[in-house]
Each structure stands twice: as C-alpha cells, then as structure tokens.
Design a protein around this ligand. Structure first.
Ligand SMILES: [Zn+2]
Length: 266
C-alpha cells in the first residue's frame, strides 16, 4: 500500500517541480506566479490543461511545443522528476507511512515541503541573479515562525530556544531596516544570516553547522574553478558579489538532508 502513497507523493512533487521552474523565472521579473497562465516562451501560445501535466505532457508531446514545435529543454523534465524524487525522499526522511500516518506526521511533512520550497526558490533565484529575493525570504521567515509555534504546541519546554531564534530575526531585521537601508548598503549578508536562521529552526544546530561547512567548501571549489577559467581566457577578476552564496547554502542543506535520509534508511 505504501507504494501508492509514494506514487501520489511523487506526482505532487512533479507539479511542485514544474511550479519551482516557473517561480524562479517569474518572481525576479515581478510576473504573477499564480494568476498568469503558463505559455510557450517561443510562440507565446497559452498552454492547455494537458500540456500542464508534468512529465507526462513532455513525453506525450515528444519534448516539443504543440503549436510551434519548438523543442522544450530537457532541463524542465529533469527538474519535474527531481521535484517528484525530492518529495518522496522528504516523506521517507519523516517516515511517512500509510499504516502509521498521523495528523502530526502529516503536519510535519507539510512544513517540510514549505521549507523545501523556500530553499529551492532562494537557491534558484540567487543562482540566476546573485540576489536573495526579499519576498521569498519573508515567506521563509513566516513559515519558520509558524513552525516554531507548532513545535511549541508539542513541546513547550523549548520555549527559550524559540525565543533565541526569534531574537535573531528581530536583530537582523532591525539591522537591515534601520542601519543598512539608512546608509543604502547592500543587505546580502543580513539576508544570508536570516536564511541560516531559517535553516537552524527547521534542521537544528548540527545540520546548520554541516551545511555551513559544506557551503564554504563548495564556494571555495567554485571560486577556484572560476579563477582557472579566468586565467585561461585572461578576463576580469571574480568579485565577491558574484558568488551565489545563498544558492550554495540552500543546495548544501538539501543535499545533506537527502544524504542523511539515505544513510538512515540503508
Ligand atoms: Zn510554442
């Protein structure tokens, strides 16, 4: 019976995977992510209901637009499948099981999806634009506060821990609003710190620590590769504000969650 549950979760994941691609493209351009109909980027024709079904529509249409026959990049299909796989992994991580399914495990799973969504959107936009989108960050902060309220209803003993997390938000938001804006400074660093606090709330200290180490290591490798490329072509230097730090942080956290899930379930 569990296999049916995982198939359903996989399908839901592919829908989200498709949504993430769209959202990462639209949010920085201020295009509505819900109301505006999906369209072909080549011929601008609106996509019909069947063309919106993830994975299946790609296979049935042979990877081409129904109207203009323009090839749809395989990347979209892969991202949809990845969305499906991720949702299944998250379900396994939280031991979502049809026979032991409780309201509590279901709520935790919904929070896991909301959290995963925040990470993917922050990572995707940062990778393309080297920018932590304020609206996505605000969404992440709000769900992390809701998650703390939910945890408090289960275990009120951790109230001091939650108070510290909240205090970190208040300090960072104050620095961002009163200091940085006043001097028109870039708030990329405070945004990264807020992102780390979101990660801390959802995955706790050890995971945050591992995430930071892994992110720093990947940034180092990334910088080295970019430097080597630049030496080859002799182009201009890589600047610190050209490194998508948020992308590396989010990707590291997602990979670590997935690796831990695989290790625990072997
Ligand atoms: Zn088209």
């Amino acid at each position: 019976m569990n296999i049916f549950l995982y198939v359903i979760i996989f399908i839901i994941g592919t829908v989200f995977g498709s949504f993430y691609t769209l959202a990462v493209y639209r949010i920085p351009q201020n295009i509505d992510i819900v109301k505006k109909h999906s369209y072909c980027p080549n011929c601008n024709s609106k996509l019909g209901f069947f063309e919106l079904i993830p994975v299946l529509s790609y296979i049935l249409l042979g990877g081409k637009c129904k109207h203009c026959k323009q090839k749809i990049r395989i990347r979209y299909l892969l991202l949809e499948v990845l969305g499906g796989v991720s949702f299944v992994v998250l379900a396994i991580a939280l031991k979502i099981n049809i026979s032991t399914l409780t309201l509590r495990s279901l709520i935790t799973y919904v929070f896991a999806i909301l959290y995963f969504t925040a990470l993917v959107l922050i990572a995707g936009i940062d990778k393309e634009h080297i920018k932590i989108d304020k609206r996505v960050l605000a969404y992440g902060i709000i769900i992390s506060i809701l998650y703390m309220i939910y945890l408090y209803t289960i275990d009120s003993a951790s109230i001091y821990r939650y108070a510290i997390y909240l205090a970190i938000y208040i300090i960072l938001l104050s620095v961002d609003t009163f200091l940085l804006r006043r001097f028109a400074k870039d708030s990329y660093t405070t945004n990264i710190l807020m992102l780390l606090n979101i990660i801390l709330i959802f995955t706790e200290e050890k995971m945050l620590f591992a995430t930071i180490i892994m992110a720093l290591a990947s940034i180092l490798i990334y910088v080295l590769i970019r430097k080597l490329e630049q030496i080859k072509v002799g182009s201009i230097k890589l600047k610190i504000n050209e490194i998508p730090t948020g992308f590396f942080v989010c990707a590291s956290n997602i990979i670590l969650i997935f690796v831990m899930t695989v290790i625990r379930n072997i």
